[in-house]
Design a protein around this ligand. Structure first.
Ligand code: PMP
Length: 405
């Protein structure tokens, strides 16, 4: 078959592949617990449903401008004022099919062949693949011992004359780390001085725990929106539990947004107007839906962290935000793909191998589900890995028999 070398080199998204495996197992009646996928359980906020339904019932479902509906852009302008303390204009905003398409648009619009983009391990699985799809090179900066982010010196060391951008995701998928303010301030300073784009993936920015506060990167620069190297990415998927709406956006200088708009106009023309209306409803509606979700997730975070604290041999750092925990399982296996498969087979629990996020020996578990499942999942994992646990257990009427990795 004639398939391009580049396309062949792109890995499938492991989280989606595992999700499908879990779905098939469940269809066969297996009591699988899915700790893999990063998707809040809450229903779509009513304001989003009503706005989408109102749009649909006009029967006028046509193209919008490629860079988004003006009314949704107004909602994003207000969101940016409230959360980023920045006043931006409609020409600084592009609406895309999810934060993912915004990220892809940015990378496509700034990377020349062989340009490098720095990503910080552990990183979101799609970053390296997207960079490669744009003919760039992902350059990975490894974390400092005991943390989930590198030092600014480490970042300086991997920077070269080909470095075009650095992607920062805080709160972070998969580690749950909220990067320290000093660290972000240093990166902003370093990148502004060296004309390197700082792509801030802020998709989890309101899901922060223990009264900690996320701060926008803009606060560390005195440059205006047209001259700063900061590009912000956000969306409704995680904060409002609207993953299926596929609405995200990027905020950047007008020239770059215009280029991204041209790119997007040739690919998708625009994002669905019904779904853009839904996102507008969510942004303009009652914001306590986000706080309610945050509170549920903080409770889940407490449960899962306590479970891992009492788990022999496992090293877990308490997540400060997002809805993932990324414990070190090296005491049981250094091969996270094998371990994840073993846990799916033996304990019927879906986890995502750390290798996919650039940090072998770890597993990512999402705590976006319900508390009861979280406790049950960790109990099963403990049973499967603890040599002193009984050889057989029942999950419902399903007998599970232990074997070894
Ligand atoms: N960035 C990060 C860090 C994510 O975890 C995700 C979703 N897993 C996305 C972007 C994609 O968001 P969206 O669904 O809006 O495309």
């Amino acid at each position: 078959m004639n398939i391009s070398k580049l396309a062949k080199s792109i890995a499938p998204s492991p989280t989606f592949a595992l999700n499908e495996e879990a779905r098939l197992l469940r269809e066969r009646g297996e009591p699988v617990i899915n700790m893999g996928i990063g998707e809040p359980k809450n229903k779509t906020p009513i304001a989003a449903i009503l706005n989408s339904a109102a749009k649909l019932s006009t029967g006028e479902i046509k193209y919008s401008p490629p860079d988004g509906l003006p009314s949704l852009k107004q909602a994003v302008i207000r969101y940016t004022e409230e959360n980023y303390n920045r006043t931006v204009e409609p020409e600084n905003i592009i609406i895309s099919a999810g934060a993912k398409q915004s990220l892809y648009n940015i990378l496509f619009s700034i990377i020349n062949p062989k340009d490098e983009v720095i990503i910080l391990a552990p990183y979101f699985v799609s970053y390296p693949e997207m960079i490669k799809m744009c003919n760039g090179f992902p350059v990975v900066s490894m974390p400092e011992t005991g943390t989930f982010y590198p030092s600014i010196r480490d970042i300086e060391k991997v920077t070269s004359s080909l470095t075009k951008a650095i992607i920062i995701n805080s709160p972070n998928n998969p580690s749950g780390a909220l990067y320290p303010e000093d660290f972000i301030a240093d990166i902003v300073d370093f990148c502004e001085r060296n004309q390197i784009y700082i792509i801030m993936d802020d998709i989890y920015h309101k899901l922060v725990y223990d009264n900690k506060k996320w701060k926008p990167a803009y606060q560390y620069t005195n440059k205006d929106i047209e001259s700063t190297m900061i590009i912000s990415v956000n969306g409704v998927a995680k904060l409002y539990g609207m993953t299926g709406f596929r609405i995200g956006w990027a905020i950047a200088n007008k020239k770059l947004v215009e280029v991204m708009g041209n790119v997007q106009s040739q690919i998708t023309s625009c994002t669905s107007t019904v779904l853009q209306a839904g996102a507008e409803g969510a942004l303009n509606g009652q914001q306590n839906v986000v706080e309610n979700l945050r509170l549920t997730l903080e409770n889940n975070r407490n449960i899962i962290y306590q479970e891992f604290k009492s788990f022999n041999g496992i090293k877990a750092i308490q997540p400060e935000g997002a809805f993932y925990i990324f414990p070190d399982f090296k005491a049981y296996s250094g091969n996270s793909i094998e371990l994840s498969q073993f846990l799916l087979r033996k304990a019927l629990v879906v986890t995502v191998p750390g290798k996919e996020f650039g940090l072998e020996g770890h597993l990512r578990l999402s705590f976006a589900g319900i508390a009861k499942d979280i406790t049950a999942a960790i109990e099963r994992i403990k049973w499967a890995l603890d040599p002193t646990s009984p050889d057989e257990i029942f999950i419902g009427d399903r007998k599970m028999v232990r074997d070894w990795l």
